[in-house]
Design a protein around this ligand. Structure first.
Ligand code: FEO
Length: 395
């Protein structure tokens, strides 16, 4: 593994091939992840971030082989979440007086997590730390994605250490963006953005514009997860600007669940109707109880409209759909349309309930939705295909 970014900067993180979920079980990590930590050697030596707590001891042991810990002059904590700060506990036992550079908000979250009175040195945007031939420039990035988040920039080597921003949950031993499979890389990058950064899109745009206004040359963007961007590093910045701008493709996604396949048949007939009018449209069919929820969210992110369907059960909707709609609400998608559908036997509340949740989530309802009693027959199927043709004009 080539871990030297430059003569003076080395990757000292951890590749976690076994990780299958992150944030508890809130985020699926099909391709594992990495916790990137960096060691800068100059007249002063600096450690940027650490690793997740379960790898703390391994991290410190490996770091000792790299450098006498007492020769680490400064630690930079770009973000207090435990996947980056977890290694601090064991590290600070060895070098308890070493200053930790972080935001004021990070003092709150680091002490809130670890209850330790470490030597915090708080920074603000534009503050600089002279480390000899080079310097570090700090840039606060509140709510990207925690109040404590910040970036820092190393002059001379022109490296932006962006922490979570521009990251991906993507285990690789190859370390650099130009060395890995591009489809895998961008799939993980967009999933990361869709599932984590969507609520902060306005701030993403503003922060990128602020960083660009400093006119700093950027040779590397070194996030805290996944690959380091060194080949055309700002390509991921351009992608973020696109994604932050109410992103959508020529795609719609059906998200449904079904008990005896009636709601599934409704979904398929509406889809057939839409295709008859718009054969070029990319339509994805995702059964909520079968598909990974974070993959569904990624498809919602890419869609201009979603169709959400559930049969009525106990005067409500299936729990897989209810859970997803709650996740979708929290992410605050903008400028997307939606409609509902479902089968019912007697009371038929699902359509109304889904419509309410979609509106609450900020989606524009393009129709009042459609319910079919029991299992759709041939005449229902014709009605649904006609419905699909009609609604396709509103997409
Ligand atoms: Fe990778 Fe917000 O932690």
């Amino acid at each position: 593994m080539d871990v030297n970014l430059t003569e003076s900067v080395k990757w000292v993180g951890k590749v976690d091939w076994d990780l299958k979920s992150f944030h508890g079980d809130e985020y699926s990590t099909h391709r594992g992840s990495t916790y990137n930590s960096y060691l800068i050697r100059d007249e002063k030596n600096v450690l940027i971030d650490t690793v997740w707590a379960p790898f703390s001891k391994e991290f410190v042991k490996k770091l000792k082989k790299e450098i006498d810990l007492k020769k680490i002059d400064y630690i930079v904590a770009n973000h207090a979440e435990i996947d980056h700060s977890g290694g601090l506990v064991d590290l600070m036992k060895e070098i308890p007086e070493t200053p930790i550079y972080c935001t004021q908000n990070a003092v709150d979250s680091l002490t809130g997590h670890y209850h330790m009175d470490w030597n915090f040195q708080t920074i603000k945007t534009g503050d600089e730390l002279d480390i000899g031939n080079k310097k570090l420039i700090f840039i606060e990035a509140p709510m990207l994605h925690w109040p404590d988040s910040m970036f820092c920039y190393l002059t001379g080597d022109n490296i932006l250490f962006s922490n979570d921003a521009f990251g991906q949950h993507y285990a690789t031993e190859l370390l650099y963006n130009d060395k890995v499979d591009q489809c895998e890389l961008f799939q993980e990058a967009i999933k990361y953005y869709a599932n984590i950064l969507t609520p902060f899109s306005k701030l993403v745009k503003k922060k990128i514009e602020e960083v660009l206004s400093f006119e700093l040359p950027v040779d590397f963007i070194a996030p805290s997860h996944g690959v380091i961007w060194r080949d055309n590093p700002t390509q991921i910045v351009d992608k973020y600007l696109e994604w932050a701008d109410n992103y959508k493709e020529n795609q719609i996604t059906f998200i449904y669940d079904s008990m005896w396949n009636s709601t599934k048949k409704i979904a398929e007939s509406i889809k057939d109707g839409i295709y008859k009018k718009d054969p070029g449209l990319d339509i994805k069919m995702m059964k909520a109880s079968r598909w990974d929820k974070n993959d569904i969210i990624t498809e919602v992110f890419k869609s201009k409209a979603i169709f959400v369907g559930s049969p009525t059960i106990n005067k409500g909707i299936l729990s897989s759909i209810a859970g997803l709609l709650e996740e979708i609400r929290g992410l605050g998608f903008k400028e997307k349309s939606a409609a509902s559908f479902g089968s019912y036997g007697w009371s038929g509340e699902s359509k109304k309930m889904i419509n309410h949740k979609l509106e609450e989530a900020g989606f524009k309802l393009i129709d009042e939705g459609i319910l079919i009693k029991w299992n759709p027959n041939n005449s229902d199927k014709t009605e649904l295909i006609d419905y699909g043709k009609k609604i396709s004009t509103k997409l």
